[in-house]
Design a protein around this ligand. Structure first.
Ligand code: UDP
Ligand code: MG
Length: 190
């Protein structure tokens, strides 16, 4: 199994670039952000709590996210060619927990880090906000998400680098060119 942690700032193209990976390599795509937005849509009390956090650009607590990942692994990891983790882990604590969950199942993961200029991601998110209807795609929340990303998520790169499982990709420019950069890295790993 080839499990990929697709990491990168908000607006770096994780969701977009997951699509060709699913098509080319038959991987399962797990977007934790999408799962959380489904919970919000359901209108449950939990969804309402999650909505409040996301609208402020804050993270859903680690314990909740780790449980969600564990459930996904238990129900979907068998007979699958690999998983793309899109949006998880977001904290070092989550990264440690993921290693543990994967180890227990004799699995591992590599990190692909989409590196995009700050001005470019801000512009992409502002554009996305015009149609996405997402409560977090407004300029104030975008800035908050980026600050939290630098503070809490970026340190994870070092963790995977030290484990020899780290692949940075230039995520600026044309979507198809970026997809090709990722494809070249992934095809050497499968
Ligand atoms: N979120 C979270 N944990 C996750 C995934 C998402 O707390 O594992 C929350 C967080 O508030 C984040 C928001 O959901 O800012 C949107 O996540 P998503 O991955 O969809 O946004 P992206 O970073 O791709 O723009
Ligand atoms: Mg996304």
């Amino acid at each position: 199994m080839l499990n990929i942690i697709l990491c990168g700032a908000p607006g770096s193209g994780k969701g977009t670039q997951s699509e060709p990976l699913v098509r080319q390599f038959g991987l399962e795509h797990l977007s934790t952000g999408d799962v959380l937005r489904e919970e919000i849509k359901s209108g449950s009390p939990l969804g309402q709590q999650i909505d409040a956090l996301i609208s402020r650009g804050e993270f859903v607590p680690d314990e909740h996210m780790i449980k969600l990942i564990e459930q996904f692994l238990d129900t979907r990891a068998d007979d699958c060619k690999g998983i793309i983790f899109d949006g998880f882990p977001r904290t070092l604590n989550q990264a440690h927990a993921l290693t543990e969950l994967l180890n227990q199942r004799q699995l591992n993961a590599v990190m692909i880090d989409l590196q995009v200029d700050e001005q470019e991601v801000i512009q992409r998110l502002i554009n996305r906000g015009k149609t996405s209807g997402r409560s977090d795609d407004n300029e104030a929340t975008i800035r908050e998400r980026l600050a939290i990303y630098h503070q809490r998520t970026q340190p994870i790169a070092q963790y995977y680098r030290q484990r020899g499982n780290y692949y940075p990709i230039d995520g600026n420019g044309d979507m198809q060119q970026i997809a090709e950069r990722i494809r070249q890295v992934v095809s050497r790993l499968v």
